[in-house]
Design a protein around this ligand. Structure first.
Ligand code: RB5
Length: 147
C-alpha cells in the first residue's frame, strides 16, 4: 500500500498521482487534504511519514507548493528518506542509491505530466543495495546519535 498526502496547493495534482498509482495496481491510502483552504504541510508530512516508517504503507508521495517544506518535515521521522525531485533522473537514482521511501514534489513547480514521469521512474526503480546499503546504514546511525 502507498501513502499519499498534500497541502492545499496539491489537491488536484494529488488526485492525478493517486489515479496514476492505482492504475499500476497499487492501493493508495490518502491522508488528505481535500481542501484548498490553507493547511499546514508538517501535519500531512508527519501522518504519511509515520505510516511509512511504521510499516503500514510501503512508500509514500507528498505534495506541497515546492515539495521542499513537506520533504523537510517528513525527514524528521526516523527511518524516512524523503526526496524532493523536480525531474525523473534524480527520482530514479534516489530509489536506486538512497532507497528513498517518500517522494515529494511541488504542485507549483511541476506539471502533471512531469509529475507522472517523476513518480513513474521512481516507482519502477529498484534499490541496488551493496555499497549503497552501507551508506544508508550510516544515515540510520546519525538518527541513533540524535536520541
Ligand atoms: C504554502 O504556501 C507553501 O509554503 C507550501 O505549500 C510549501 O511550498 C512549503 O514548502
Amino acid at each position: 500500500m502507498y501513502a499519499i498526502g498534500n497541502d492545499h496547493t496539491g489537491v488536484e495534482l494529488k488526485k492525478i498521482i493517486k489515479k496514476f498509482l492505482e492504475e499500476k495496481g497499487e492501493v493508495v491510502k490518502d491522508f488528505g487534504t481535500e481542501s484548498t483552504e490553507a493547511s499546514n504541510y508538517p501535519e500531512i508530512a508527519e501522518a504519511v511519514a509515520n505510516a511509512v516508517a511504521g510499516g503500514e504503507c510501503e512508500r509514500g508521495v507528498l505534495i506541497c507548493g515546492t515539495g521542499v517544506g513537506i520533504s523537510i518535515a517528513a525527514n524528521k521521522v526516523n527511518g524516512i528518506r524523503a526526496v524532493c525531485c523536480s525531474e525523473p533522473f534524480s527520482a530514479k537514482l534516489s530509489k536506486q542509491h538512497n532507497d528513498s521511501n517518500i517522494i515529494c514534489f511541488g504542485a507549483r513547480v511541476v506539471g502533471s505530466e512531469l509529475a507522472k514521469m517523476i513518480v513513474g521512474e521512481w516507482y519502477d526503480a529498484e534499490f541496488q543495495g551493496g555499497r549503497h546499503q552501507t551508506r544508508i546504514d550510516m544515515i540510520a546511525d546519525i538518527e541513533k546519535k540524535q536520541k
